[in-house]
Design a protein around this ligand. Structure first.
Ligand code: HEM
Length: 142
């Protein structure tokens, strides 16, 4: 179960990065042309937010239940916070990804208003940067 969920979390990362990149490129192109939102622009933003929510749920399942790393760390949080590898998963990865999730949702809600591609583009870009810096790149890529 743990291996399956961890692998799912790993692969979902790539889906999220691809869809997020496409959503922000389309949002910036809309902002540059000062045009109206097109359905693909709005739908990609929604897909980005939906995939993000799924990844957060999978991550929370790992964090709270399945991962021996985090559940082990909870037994001695003082020691875990002094260990950079454990602190990354207990605190930095979680907080970074929750901030990114909020930014994606703000961007997607701007897209729904149809008149603010620039704001959506800015929020998607901020979210994308926070995601990229919060991913544990030293772990397996696939
Ligand atoms: C609040 C949201 C999230 C939580 C609570 C969370 C939690 C975790 C935990 C506990 C682990 C370590 C599991 C272990 O090794 O036992 C992990 C690994 C990982 N997380 Fe997250 N995560 C979240 C969001 C994300 C997002 C949004 C992404 C990418 C877009 C992501 C990408 C990864 C990757 C690539 C790994 C390493 C997977 C592997 O080693 O195969 N996480 N996450």
């Amino acid at each position: 179960m743990y291996d399956f969920v961890l692998t799912l979390h790993n692969y979902l990362r790539w889906a999220l990065l691809l869809v997020g990149l496409a959503a922000l490129v389309l949002a910036w192109s809309g902002a540059a042309s000062r045009g109206r939102w097109t359905p693909p622009q709005v739908n990609l933003g929604r897909l980005f937010a939906g995939l993000f929510d799924l990844q957060v749920l999978v991550g929370i399942l790992l964090y709270a239940v399945l991962s021996p790393l985090t559940t082990g760390a909870f037994k001695n949080m003082g020691a875990a916070m002094k260990n950079p590898d454990l602190r990354f998963f207990v605190a930095e990865h979680l907080v970074g990804m929750l901030i990114a999730a909020a930014l994606v949702h703000v961007g997607a809600s701007r897209a729904k208003r149809k008149d603010s591609p620039l704001q959506a583009a800015i929020f998607y870009t901020l979210a994308f940067v926070v995601v990229v810096v919060s991913i544990p790149w030293e772990r397996p890529l696939f």
